[in-house]
Write a protein of this length. Sequence first.
Length: 151
Amino acid sequence: MEANKSAGILSIILGLIFIIFPIFSTGFISVLIGVSLVFLGIAAILSGFSAFNIIVGILAIIFGLLFVFNISALSFLLGIQFYIIGILMILIGIAGIFSGEGIAKIAAVLLIILGIIAFALGGMSLTQPLFAAILIGVGLIVEGVSIYLSE
């Protein structure tokens, strides 16, 4: 099986997991973001011993650990994450329209629509955080089908 087809199938499977198990998915995303922030903080501190790098590194490590240990004090950030997800999906969709061909353009348009929906649901995510996992799942499925069918 070609690499594109394997990546497409993997993306579809991950999308289905995000939709079927949204609570697990939101926890997984929180831990993944936390670990990424911890490594970003360490890299920032080690990249240069300026005061700015050390402050940014320490802040990244603190927020990373908060996300890893799922501190509920950060639940208000989910709305902001929703806005960021929406903006990123819109930007990825726009980039896909200008660079893609055929089925990729359809997937790009769908990502733009999902990005607009994600942005619109940002406020609602403060009361119902499972929207993010379901929206990410749908986005993964759309992108997986696009990757699988492209050639």
